[in-house]
Write a new protein. Structure first.
Ligand SMILES: Nc1ncnc2c1ncn2[C@@H]1O[C@H](COP(=O)(O)OP(=O)(O)O)[C@@H](O)[C@H]1O
Ligand SMILES: [Mg+2]
Length: 263
């Protein structure tokens, strides 16, 4: 694979909070352009910290990358401000579906376009595009976000990210707290965006079943360390992997060995 095919390269990243708490202890994976990658791991494995490291948001939480490198489009992300990364197309959707509750759905979406410095005509075209992917948001465009459902708020958070015209979208546990049918709906839309527009997607999930159904590849974290990576279709068939690394069933006697383990 040529370097040019890789939109994001995370290489042996270590990260700490308040110079004391080790959160990441060797995280490595790559995302090719146009790929959807699932970052899997149990609660506390380091998924959120990894996404914040990629977006250069750790310093704002008294955290830091203490070793390793993260390159987006070939450039070191630690040299760029989070806002500059967003303008370069690296756009995070943080955990907990942050919306402005007292703004309408449409006003929330528009805030995503303003960050890009878009003109009104461009913003309107982008709104239409978001509504074509999330018809529910068109129906709710004049409703205050605080009065919409959890699923609609998650769609609004994703829609707002789309308004800044991402090339790599980072999503932190979009399934959290949502009913299974809504989760399917959201993942189907993400996959459609990925297929139709070539948008690269990194989705962190504890819900490995749904993430592995839609992702192309997956990388698994355990206690801040990359332990496994492979094609999603391969990992999906391995119940033992889900049990061992994702804490979804009692662990089997031995660690699974067939898939490519990260050194
Ligand atoms: N702001 C923080 N300050 C100190 N420790 C943190 C902070 N955020 C996360 N951690 C710790 O870092 C580790 C990884 O957490 P996190 O990245 O949130 O995992 P995940 O998203 O996979 O649940 C955990 O041990 C967690 O307690
Ligand atoms: Mg998390």
């Amino acid at each position: 694979m040529s370097d040019n095919d890789v939109i994001l390269a995370v290489d042996t990243v270590h990260a700490t909070y308040v110079n004391a708490i080790t959160a990441l202890n060797g995280v490595s994976f790559e995302i090719r352009r146009g790929e959807m990658l699932a970052l899997l791991g149990a609660n506390g494995a380091g998924k959120t910290t990894t996404l914040k490291a990629i977006s250069n948001l750790l310093p704002a939480e008294r955290g830091q990358v203490s070793a390793g490198t993260i390159r987006y489009d070939g450039g070191d992300v630690s040299r760029r401000k989070p806002g500059d990364l967003v303008r370069a197309g690296l756009v995070p959707v943080l955990e907990g579906r942050h919306c402005f509750k007292s703004l309408t759905v449409e006003e929330n979406l528009v805030t995503g376009g303003i960050g890009r410095g878009g003109r009104r005509a461009e913003i309107n075209a982008d709104l239409e595009r978001v509504y074509s992917y999330f018809p529910r948001l068109r129906e709710k465009r004049r409703t205050l976000s605080g009065l919409t459902s959890g699923g609609e708020q998650q769609m609004t958070a994703i829609g707002r990210a789309l308004m800044s015209r991402p090339r790599l979208l980072l999503l932190d546990e979009p399934s959290m707290g949502l009913a299974p049918l809504i989760v399917q709906d959201i993942f189907q839309t993400l996959k459609k965006l990925n297929r139709e527009t070539g948008l690269s997607i990194l989705v962190a999930e504890q819900n490995s079943a749904v993430a592995l159904r839609y992702a192309d590849h997956a990388a698994v974290l355990e206690n801040g360390v990359s332990v496994l990576s492979g094609a999603a279709a391969d990992l999906r068939q391995r119940e033992d992997i889900r049990a061992f690394y994702l804490g979804q069933q009692p662990p089997p006697a031995a660690k699974p060995s067939h898939l490519h383990a990260v050194a």
